[in-house]
Design a protein around this ligand. Structure first.
Ligand SMILES: Nc1nc2c(ncn2[C@@H]2O[C@H](COP(=O)(O)OP(=O)(O)OP(=O)(O)O)[C@@H](O)[C@H]2O)c(=O)[nH]1
Ligand SMILES: [Mg+2]
Length: 204
C-alpha cells in the first residue's frame, strides 16, 4: 500500500461526512466468493443481534446499507461493503444464536471461522461488539480469545449504551474494561448515534 493511499484512506475514514460511496458488493461464505480487489478490510463481529449491521449503518451514515433486523441470525454471510472504492467494511453473521437449528448454527460458525482464518481476508482491524446492557458473555470471551490467538488487531465497542440507566453506566463499563483488559472500550449507541467519531478514529 502506498503512502498516498494510506493517507487518503485515513483522511476518508476519519471524516464520515465525506463518505462518497457505500456499495454492497458481495455476500461471501468462502474464498471463492471473495471480492477480487485487494483492499483493506475492517470486520464487525459479535453476538447475534448485538447491532453489527446497525453500527455499520451509523458509521457510513446510511440507514439501510447493511440490513439490520430484530430477528437474531439475520446476517447469514460475510457481507462486503465497499466504501469510497477504497476499503471494505465487512458485516459478519453473529455467534451465540441459541434458537437457530443445529445446521444453521454450524453453517454460521463455519463462515465466521473461515473469515478469520483465511489468508485471503485478513482484516486490518476487527471491531468486537459487546452489548453494554448484557455485558460480556462466555461466547464473547471465547471469541475474543480466538481473535487474540489469531493475532487480530481488536477494537471493542459497547453498543446499545442508550439502554443503560445513568446509575448503571459506571458498573457496565468497568466490567467490560476489566474483561478485555488492555483494550480501549468505546461507548457506542447505533440508536442514538453516539461514538461514531471515536470508532472512526480507532479503525484507521
Ligand atoms: N436500543 C438500541 N438498539 C439497537 C442498537 N443497535 C442496534 N439495535 C437494535 O438491535 C437489533 C439488532 O440489530 P442488528 O444491527 O440487526 O444486529 P446484528 O448484530 O447485525 O444481528 P445479526 O445479523 O442477526 O447477528 C435491531 O432491532 C436494532 O434496531 C442500539 O445502539 N441501541
Ligand atoms: Mg447483522
Amino acid at each position: 500500500m502506498s503512502c498516498g493511499f494510506e493517507s487518503r484512506l485515513r483522511h476518508n475514514m476519519t471524516n464520515p461526512q465525506i463518505i462518497k460511496s457505500a456499495i454492497f458488493l458481495k455476500g461471501a461464505v468462502h474464498d471463492t466468493g471473495l471480492p477480487l480487489e485487494v483492499l483493506p478490510q475492517v470486520a464487525f463481529i459479535g453476538r447475534s443481534n448485538v447491532g453489527k449491521s446497525s453500527v455499520i449503518n451509523t458509521l457510513v451514515g446510511r440507514n439501510k446499507l447493511a440490513r439490520s433486523s430484530s430477528t437474531p441470525g439475520f446476517t447469514a454471510e460475510a457481507n462486503f461493503y465497499l466504501i469510497n472504492e477504497e476499503f471494505y467494511l465487512v458485516d459478519l453473521p453473529g455467534y451465540g444464536f441459541a434458537r437457530g437449528s443445529h445446521t444453521q448454527r454450524d453453517k454460521i460458525a463455519r463462515i465466521i471461522e473461515w473469515y478469520f482464518i483465511s489468508e485471503n481476508t485478513n482484516p486490518r482491524k476487527v471491531v468486537l461488539i459487546i452489548d453494554a446492557k448484557v455485558g460480556p458473555t462466555v461466547d464473547d470471551i471465547n471469541f475474543y480469545n480466538f481473535l487474540k490467538e489469531h493475532k487480530k488487531d481488536i477494537v471493542i465497542i459497547a453498543n446499545k449504551f442508550d439502554k443503560l440507566k445513568q446509575n448503571e453506566v459506571f458498573k457496565a463499563l468497568d466490567v467490560i474494561e476489566k474483561t478485555f483488559e488492555g483494550n480501549k472500550v468505546i461507548k457506542y449507541s447505533a440508536r442514538e448515534k453516539i461514538g461514531i467519531d471515536e470508532l472512526f478514529e480507532n479503525i484507521k
